[in-house]
Design a binder for this molecule. Sequence first.
Ligand code: HPA
Length: 312
Amino acid sequence: MKKKRIIGLFLIICMLASLCGCSSTVAEQQDVAKADTTNNAKVDLDAVMESVEKKIQNDFKPKIGIVLGSGLNALADEVDVVQMISYEEIPGFPHSTVAGHNGRYILGYLEDVPIIMMDGRIHYYEGYTMDEVVTPVRVMAKLGVDEIITSNAVGSLSADYPVGSLVCIEDHIASFVPDALIGPNDDSLGERFVGMDNIYDSSLRKTAHEAADELGIDLLDGIYLQVTGPSYESKAESEMYASLGADIVGMSTACEAIALKQMNMKLLSISCITDYCPNVDNKSTTHEEVLENADKVSSEFMNLVKAIIKKL
Ligand code: HPA
């Protein structure tokens, strides 16, 4: 009898212990989930800069930063290359995982102007944080370039923006992606709260139009809307984006523009229209179509960027 009571007591103690164990596991799991969703881990930009600056040979000082968008890497072949730095060589640096995107900085001369070029960019849809996504452009700004020219492939939300056209971005809608400035503010980069006027520098846009006119290129102006991707827009989504005032849609650029605006960097962004969104042509887009059409407009894009650089 006594023995049964002791066994019973033992079983009750075991059950209570396992219950306590369970509840502490749930609490631990909640902590982990909290840690994941409030992921404040920031790129150690100082360490990244130290590594990049150490790698740059002979005190090369780029004057202009250039970002090549999907399918627009042919401009890399026009550079009189001084040095290349693969993103993988830089500790703590994100690297591109997308077909059609290399992952390296090219340092050299374009039209005799010292430049640093991102041959391949990082996208949010690859699973990186926005802080990681904007790190490569922050590095170019920190290296002391005077201006940055970014490019991208975009879908058109209107028949007034035909496939094959080049668009000078005049403003953007970034409300559908997380803000690149979320998380502890790095005061060395700029203010905590950043105004978004003249994000795409008006004097650079004027220069781009002058260059386009001289080349006989019909450079459009438009409002860019950023989505996370990687899925392309549904018809209903593209109708909504058009109704909000956007002309073109893409998966990069606005987040980089926000990070650069915080640093007071003069920015010009040129988009190549590679496809119509389904509100225009009732068809969904494919990545092959994007790359194929980017390739078709690539030489016009190259001529335009080279002409702009000559004017800066
Ligand atoms: N949607 C989003 N991003 C894009 C598109 C598009 O249609 N084309 C190229 N990038």
